[in-house]
Design a protein around this ligand. Structure first.
Ligand SMILES: [Ca+2]
Ligand SMILES: [Ca+2]
Length: 212
């Protein structure tokens, strides 16, 4: 599958004063296998000033921070686990490693079937972010990871506590108000998924509950 380019998305936008409409955006991303809901999620991430159109800086930012890094990982717009290993080389990902606290931050689900290695950070992330359970990561699932990483940086330390989760959920649902009872339910679910620590949750667990 061809990569998404600015020219492809701009399409008719040139004649519309350089603004990219939802329709232009939808055409390009729908062709790349995203559902309508997934396209709308991506569009609202790109539409920083929320006016329903993407101006050039909004598109350029979205392309540079999300589309281009995904396209370097995913050939054919799908990334398998091996390709996903490349996220660990991306700058935004390295920022999740706080002073050697990665063990706590990335505490995951334990060894995967048929694998001796107990430290499989990317394997756990793929398990957590693969919402349609097809074993590969599409752009929408990659964006889930990126939204969660942003929220983590603002709302967590080495792990995330109850207050942090309320903060984090508000982030990933695009600043909709999340009330404490909603966050508490998610937090309790998260704690049951934690292998050891029962008082706060790790990044892979946050990734799961942020999509509940
Ligand atoms: Ca806009
Ligand atoms: Ca998937």
């Amino acid at each position: 599958m061809e990569n998404i380019t600015t020219a492809l998305v701009m399409g008719d936008a040139i004649t519309h004063g350089g603004l990219i409409s939802r329709e232009d955006f939808n055409k390009a991303f729908h062709m790349h296998g995203l559902t309508n809901v997934e396209v709308m999620e991506a569009f609202s991430m790109a539409d920083i000033n929320r006016d329903g159109m993407l101006n050039k800086p909004e598109w350029d930012g979205f392309f540079r921070f999300f589309v281009a890094p995904f396209q370097t990982i995913a050939k054919n717009w799908r990334a398998d686990k091996q390709q996903m290993n490349m996220v660990t080389t991306q700058t935004w990902f390295k920022q999740l490693y706080l002073d050697g606290m990665a063990d706590k931050t990335f505490e995951g689900f334990g060894p995967h079937e048929g694998e001796a290695n107990t430290e499989d950070i990317v394997g756990d992330l793929v398990t957590a972010m693969d919402r349609d359970l097809d074993g590969v990561i599409n752009f929408s699932e990659y964006l889930l990871l990126r939204r969660a990483a942003n929220a983590w940086e603002s709302c967590a330390q080495d792990t995330m506590n109850r207050a942090g989760l309320k903060c984090g959920l508000s982030f990933v649902v695009n600043h909709r108000q999340v009330d404490q009872s909603e966050a508490d339910v998610a937090f309790r679910v998260g704690l049951t998924l934690m292998p050891h620590n029962k008082w706060s949750i790790s990044f892979p667990i946050f990734l799961i509950v942020s999509d509940l």
